[in-house]
Write a protein that binds this ligand. Structure first.
Ligand SMILES: [Zn+2]
Length: 238
């Protein structure tokens, strides 16, 4: 069987944000002929740069992070589509640095728990540095790869999701690593406490099960939030 490649809408095409139908030339006060959504709801003017991009500061960093984490659909539905990723990358770098340090501390505690002996300051220092740098580099590489694969898959299916806007979206998605890093570290601290104080009730097996479950839940959470971001960008107009 031969496959007819779907046509990717042009950058200037106006798409219905609900269903992806091409609305070019239709009156702005009308409705989408395909799904009936108001055409005005797909206006590019409803999308703006993130607060962080409008004015980078600690306050806008926190506001944008909280919007991404707590209202991802609204954030990606209201954020502009752009090729310029510079400020978004800086946003991601700050989040990756935070999560890298959190995961490094988690790794130190984990090693401490499984070895059942205190670690030397030398080991702790190098483990912290190594894991921090390692996690950061892996996140940068994985994000670029994910953006490439997303853009490639989208083009194959006829969706308008080019590499740079996708990469920018994934840089904002980086905020979702924060809850994961915090929960991982808190789990380790709580487990350490429980292993020390309630050894009859809290065993190493239970500790291992909890860690495994959290890894699976974290992967599911990251994928779900990734999908929310891409779903709300693929019919976006600029
Ligand atoms: Zn529609």
């Amino acid at each position: 069987m031969t496959r007819v490649a779907p046509v990717i809408p042009a950058p200037t095409d106006i798409l219905c944000e609900s269903c992806g139908y091409v609305l070019n030339g239709l009156p702005e006060d009308g409705r989408c002929p395909e799904c009936g959504a108001a055409i005005a709801e797909s206006s590019p003017s409803l999308r703006q740069d993130s607060l962080w991009e409008q004015r980078p500061s600690i306050r806008s960093f926190l506001a944008t992070s909280s919007a991404v984490i707590f209202k991802p659909t609204a954030f990606f539905r209201a954020t502009s589509i752009r090729d310029d990723v510079q400020l978004a990358r800086r946003f991601a770098w700050i989040h990756w640095l935070i999560v890298s340090v959190l995961l490094a501390a988690t790794a130190v505690l984990h090693l401490h728990i499984i070895l059942q002996s205190p670690l030397s300051p030398f080991v702790i220092t190098w483990l912290m540095i190594g894991v921090t740098v390692g996690v950061f580099v892996v996140l940068e590489l994985v994000t670029r790869l994910a953006a490439k694969l997303t853009a490639w898959e989208a083009a194959y299916r006829g969706y308008r999701l080019p590499y740079r806007p996708v990469l920018r979206g994934l840089y904002f998605h980086a905020a979702h690593y924060l809850p994961i890093g915090l929960i991982a570290l808190l789990t380790l601290i709580a487990s350490q406490f429980a292993l020390n104080h309630y050894p009859a009730h809290f065993t190493y097996d239970r500790y291992a099960y909890i860690l495994c479950a959290e890894v699976i839940l974290a992967a599911g959470y990251l994928f779900k939030t990734y999908w929310i971001g891409m779903r709300n960008m693929m019919y976006a107009n600029r």
